[in-house]
Design a binder for this molecule. Structure first.
Ligand SMILES: Cc1ncc(COP(=O)(O)O)c(C=O)c1O
Length: 458
């Protein structure tokens, strides 16, 4: 179908914007299909009686927003993955479900520079080693075609038990349950430690996916303020006593979204309060392998002498999120309850992928991969922090992550800024709006910028 554009020279909107908007509308309505070729700059300029610069500006805006792709020598085409409208509607407070959906969608859209998703860069995955290991498992096909153990493949549990020694944790394969990522571990833990209506403590701000889980299980997340060393101990004690909370969920090592890392003394204080007041700590250690400056402090679990901590981690940030391989370590009899609930949910994780992960850990592939990618993530973090320092006014503050994948911005309360994430998407940048990462929004405006996939930052 030929492109149809009507321009209004008396309108306030500049000509390039009118043209870009009409092309967007036609793509969104399916009138211009994926892969359709757009007229050349010269053709369209002649047809509409405007300058080539006007068309170049319109195409530039569409390209930045992910609507079209230009290939030198071939032409300009409607993107293979054009963007759908954002689910978080303009002018209404975004919900966790909408924001998670938008972040995932935008990260797949070409032309969008994604600072929205706290994920490792798929272009860095060690694909060849992965497929080679999978191929080496061919002689074990018959064994790996079955369900395997409910607690998880013993070879993988052994590999994780060896791996967590680096975090100071002394665990045996019998202490470990393999899960479908930390997400499943958190789901099982939340349902085992609390009943609908119970209160659960979370850091302020926290991981959006867990807030979503808690609310969908009918649990009531209450926020505990943080400082630059993590959860504030006095506030934790006071709020835990007042609310009779069942557990504290903490990402103490390279926190998502702030990148903050609690020093060992703070970790001891949290444990001591948990033991004294009588609640559990659910420690999400998913970012610990992404230490960008210095080795991280030991896990809270490694300091636990009273069975207060459930420890969770996965290969999602250090390796590949698509593997869906994670694990948790919990004291008995809780581990037994968690295993039983896992069996009732989806029985087991695919044995072939568990064994592949075990081989990758055993062969040192994960260690080599981390040695290769950490300098790249460090450079991306440094570039982002330098750009923020250079371009943002002083009234915008931001954290200085020493690991993990995210940086947290606090903006002044100024009218018009609420819609900033949406405006940034229009300009070709995806970021996570901060208010959905708060259990109890403080009214400030925040953004989370994640640098893991930001290849274009220089
Ligand atoms: C703190 C935190 N925990 C858990 C997850 C999800 O982990 P998984 O992919 O292992 O389910 C994420 C993903 O962003 C995260 O940031």
């Amino acid at each position: 179908m030929p492109i149809s554009i009507v321009i209004d020279r008396s309108a306030a909107a500049p000509l390039y914007q009118q043209i870009a908007e009409q092309i967007k509308e036609q793509i969104a309505a399916g009138k211009l299909m994926t892969g359709a070729r757009l007229p050349t700059v010269r053709q369209l300029a002649d047809d509409l009686g405007v300058t080539r610069l006007t068309i170049q500006s319109a195409y530039g805006e569409l390209q930045a927003g992910g609507w079209i792709e230009a290939t030198v020598g071939r032409g300009t085409f409607v993107s293979q993955q054009p963007r759908r409208p954002l689910r978080a509607a303009a002018g209404t407070p975004p919900t966790a479900v909408h924001v998670i959906g938008d972040i995932l969608q935008l990260s797949e859209s070409s032309g969008i520079r994604s600072l929205g998703k706290a994920s490792p860069d798929p272009a860095l995955f060690p694909a060849e080693e992965f497929w080679a290991v999978l191929g080496q498992l061919l002689p074990h096909s018959a064994e790996l075609a079955g369900y395997g153990s409910a607690q998880g493949d013993p070879a993988l549990r052994l590999a994780f038990a060896e791996n967590v020694r680096e975090r100071g944790i002394d665990a045996t394969p019998a202490d470990i349950l393999i899960t479908a990522g930390v997400t499943q571990g958190l789901a099982l833990t939340a349902q085992s430690l609390a009943q609908p209506g119970d209160t659960v403590l979370v850091e302020q701000p926290t991981y959006i996916g867990f807030l979503h889980q808690l609310r969908s299980y009918g649990l009531n997340p209450i926020a505990v303020p943080m400082d630059d060393q993590g959860v504030q101990p006095e506030m934790l004690e006071r709020i835990a006593i007042q609310t009779r909370a069942r557990f504290l969920y903490t990402i103490s090592t390279y926190h998502n979204p702030t990148g903050c890392c609690a020093p060992v003394e703070r970790r001891r204080q949290l444990l001591e309060i948990a033991h004294r007041v009588g609640f559990k700590i659910v420690e999400d250690d998913i970012y610990a392998a992404l230490a960008l400056d210095a080795p991280p402090p030991p896990a809270i679990k490694s300091l636990d002498r009273n069975g207060s901590v459930v420890y969770l981690s996965s290969l999602s940030k250090s390796f590949m999120p698509g593997l869906r391989i994670g694990f948790l370590i919990a004291p008995q009899p809780l581990l037994e309850r968690l295993t039983s609930l896992r069996m009732a949910t989806d029985l087991v994780s695919p044995l072939l992928l568990q064994r592949t992960a075990a081989e990758l850990l055993k062969s040192g592939c994960l260690r080599r991969h981390l040695r290769r990618v950490i300098p790249l993530y460090r450079a991306r973090r440094d570039a982002l922090l330098a750009a923020l320092a250079l371009h943002l006014p002083n009234e915008v503050t931001f954290t200085q992550p020493t690991g993990g994948l995210s940086c947290w911005l606090t903006l002044p309360r100024r009218p018009g800024l609420q819609d900033l994430p949406r405006q940034m998407v229009e300009a070709g940048w995806a970021v996570a709006p901060g208010e959905v990462l708060w259990a109890d929004h403080d009214g400030d405006l925040h953004l989370r910028l994640s640098y893991g996939c930001c290849r274009r930052i220089r």
